[in-house]
Design a binder for this molecule. Structure first.
Ligand code: AMP
Ligand code: ZN
Length: 137
């Protein structure tokens, strides 16, 4: 269940301090130590799972619901104008802590965060080729 080398398992076990702001049967939520904006929190499953692809469906559902709950609270209590949910799956996708977590990042209309890519129309044939490989079969 728990990984002895995992810092988020240690937070869950109370071995590393964290500011917990929400919990339920399957999840806990605590403040990110390096917040992107004021109120940035992380929701984790209590049971260790490395990433999105290893997370059991019941825990994914519980994390989604806990993230929604926290998003509403960020708007009500901290006056967030919007919220980003962010999950990084794999080092190539910026994951640095390998216990699944959902970032719940409150957004303020005047905050400095920007999209990490520049939206520009893609090549239609290349999009279609990717779609063909991606389609369920
Ligand atoms: P990621 O890069 O998506 O894996 O996110 C890991 C997040 O965990 C980062 O935003 C870190 O700031 C945060 N983090 C790392 N260690 C701690 C800790 N001890 N307490 C709270 N947040 C942490
Ligand atoms: Zn863990």
């Amino acid at each position: 269940m728990a990984d002895p080398d995992c810092i988020f398992c240690k937070i869950h076990a109370g071995e590393i301090p964290a500011r917990i702001v929400d919990e339920d049967e399957r999840t806990i939520a605590f403040m990110d130590i390096a917040p992107a904006t004021r109120g940035h929190a992380l929701v984790i499953p209590r049971a260790h799972a490395r990433d999105l692809l290893e997370l059991p469906a019941e825990d994914l559902a519980a994390v989604a619901l806990a993230s929604q709950r926290l998003a509403a609270r960020l708007r009500e209590r901290l006056g967030a104008d919007g919220v980003n949910l962010l999950n990084s799956c794999g080092a190539a996708a910026w994951q640095t802590v390998f216990h699944f977590h959902m970032h719940v990042i409150p957004r303020y209309s005047d905050d400095p965060l920007r999209l990490p890519w520049v939206p520009a129309e893609g090549d239609f044939e290349e999009i279609a080729a990717a779609a063909q490989e991606l389609e369920a079969r």
